[in-house]
Write a new protein. Structure first.
Length: 557
């Protein structure tokens, strides 16, 4: 590729969940030149680890497809360091995540609009049309479901007897059923949507980027790590990047758009002199624009695995051996069917941890085996588990530079479990899950509790366990938040305060984390801002009813 190819109308940094959306939507205008810089490489068809839905634990571990970051010692959980994988491949984190498609609750987006007058069109009615535009749901038609969007969404089938028993147990425990957590009613338990198509992961690379790659006005430069931004007075003019040991500059005639995610975006801004002045002084970078909120407001979802041994040999453990894995892989490679064709998060749900919580603050993913994300099993036996954790923690962390070296990994700290409310909500999650697992529907399967272990009952005992057992759900967000207050980094249109022609589009601009997995909301956000950037009229708002428990102020269920 010649150096002339590094000049375009729009330079997009990152071919991840948002970057792929923007690449496709902006290049729909043949008169517009779009250049995408991606630090990783393509997602080749033979890389089964990122295409087989059941292989989700593989790509997020290691450096082939991920930045594979590690946090600083987390101060409220005995200094533990947490794994923080971020996609470094076409599709970004949508190519290495768990493929769960959850939009978040309608009130999350209404909260965004209420918190900042300049973000009033981020309420649910304005966001819903872009959720619909972005997806094709393979299930029954519904006004809440997209019909012709690029991203394929399939409902969980739940053939496992453990999944069926779990859903029956949640009803016996008094919780409602919902047939669509992204529709009228999030609260309750039911099938869980996922981003797959015909037995294959449907990342944004497959959904958005690859169909647009034949366009002559779209260029994608792989293995291109952004180092810093270039400027002309107060205007961003391009991106310095490294590729195969050489340094280049990409020039943007209209805008530079950062889609590197909530870890890499603040790193690039600060390396360019945009950020908290005190911190930039610490690492010896001249301050170009003082924005104290860059790298602050970092949020995530934590979860705990409540694990039970199974009395019957019906879990996925039967495939947890070399021959079993070979069978699953061969079946998937030849037919795109079988165990390998599902992420196995076929069912889940949302509940409120206590009375007085307006909408669900606990999320469940049910998994028909007792195993961690890193592939480790706590016992050599059949089992099952629920991943459960709070959705709207008040804890806030940060991203900082390690040094002025743009190739050095950033420092990351989430300040997990920094508030008393976090601990109380997690203890409630353990106890409410134990109650579900004790219902008659699961009696034929549920043996002893593997984790945390039935002997741990008091608040102090559970707190002690939680310190060493909570794990990230890998949903970082908020480090370049949208708004107009002193801590905001971008306005309601994603434009960086104090800099012309520089925009951020991805989960880093979320002012507060949504109640659910983040990929769906990130794709929606990119679709919405793509219209803004391209100068197209926004889709008209769409008002649909949203369920709220009628007695939420007085009862937990």
């Amino acid at each position: 590729m010649t150096r002339d190819a590094f000049r375009a109308d729009y330079v997009i940094v990152g071919a991840g969940s948002a970057g792929c959306v923007l690449a496709r939507r902006l290049s729909e205008d043949p008169s517009v030149r779009v250049l995408v810089l991606e630090a990783g490489g393509p997602d080749p068809w033979w890389a089964w680890q990122i295409h087989m839905p059941a292989a989700l634990a593989y790509p997020m571990n290691g450096t082939r497809f991920s930045w594979d970051y590690t946090t600083e010692p987390e101060p409220y959980v005995d200094g533990r360091r947490f794994h923080c994988p971020r996609g470094r491949v076409y599709g970004g984190s949508s190519a290495i995540n768990g493929q769960v498609y959850i939009r978040g609750h309608a009130l999350d987006f209404d909260r965004w609009a209420a918190e900042d007058p300049g973000s009033s069109d981020w309420d649910y009615a304005h966001c819903l049309p872009y959720f619909l535009k972005s997806t094709t749901h393979q299930g029954a038609a519904s006004p809440y479901r997209g019909e012709s969007g690029p991203l394929s969404v399939e409902p969980g089938v739940g053939r496992s007897p453990l999944v069926r028993a779990f859903l029956a147990a949640t009803k016996e425990a008094g919780y409602p059923a919902t047939d669509d957590m992204n529709g009228l009613q999030q609260e309750g338990f039911g099938p869980m949507d996922r981003t797959t198509r015909a037995g294959v992961r449907h990342s944004t690379a497959r959904a958005y980027l690859r169909p647009a790659m034949t366009r002559p006005n779209l260029r994608i430069v792989s293995r291109a790590q952004a180092l810093s931004l270039t400027f002309s007075v107060e205007r961003a003019t391009g991106v310095r990047f490294m590729r195969r040991g050489q340094r280049f500059t990409a020039t943007a005639e209209r805008e530079v758009i950062l889609c590197g995610g909530p870890i890499n975006n603040p790193q690039l801004l600060m390396q360019s002199g945009i950020g908290p002045p005190d911190h930039l002084d610490e690492v010896g970078i001249p301050v170009r624009v003082a924005l104290p909120g860059v790298g602050q407001n970092l949020q995530d979802h934590l979860e705990i695995y409540i694990q039970q041994r199974s009395r019957q040999p019906v879990s996925l453990y039967r495939y947890y051996n070399p021959l079993g894995k070979l069978w699953v892989g061969a079946q998937w490679l030849l037919t795109r069917r079988g165990i390998g064709a599902s992420n196995q998060f076929e069912a889940g749900g949302f509940i409120r941890s206590r009375a007085g919580v307006e909408h669900p603050d606990l999320q469940y993913h049910f998994f028909p085996m007792a195993v961690r994300y890193d592939g480790q099993s706590p016992a050599n036996a059949h089992g099952f588990q629920a991943h459960v954790g709070p959705m709207r923690s008040a804890s806030r962390g940060w991203v900082k530079l390690r040094s002025s070296d743009p190739l050095a990994p950033p420092r990351i700290c989430f300040n997990y479990l920094a508030t008393d409310e976090d601990w109380a909500t997690f203890r409630a999650a353990v106890r409410l899950t134990r109650e579900v697992f004790a219902q008659p529907a699961l009696a034929p399967f549920a043996a002893e509790e593997l984790a945390p272990g039935a002997r741990l009952e008091t608040d102090a005992e559970l707190n002690d366990y939680l310190k060493g057992a909570v794990e990230s759900a890998y949903h970082p967000s908020g480090s370049c938040k949208m708004g107009s207050d002193v801590s905001a980094v971008v306005d309601g249109l994603g434009r960086v305060h104090g800099v012309e022609a520089l925009r951020i589009v991805d989960s880093s601009i979320m002012p507060s984390i949504v109640s659910g997995n983040l990929n769906a909301a990130t794709v929606m956000l990119a679709e919405k801002l793509a219209d803004t950037i391209a100068g197209r009229d926004p889709l008209p708002p769409r008002s649909l009813p949203v369920y709220q428990a009628p007695d939420w102020e007085r009862t937990q269920r």
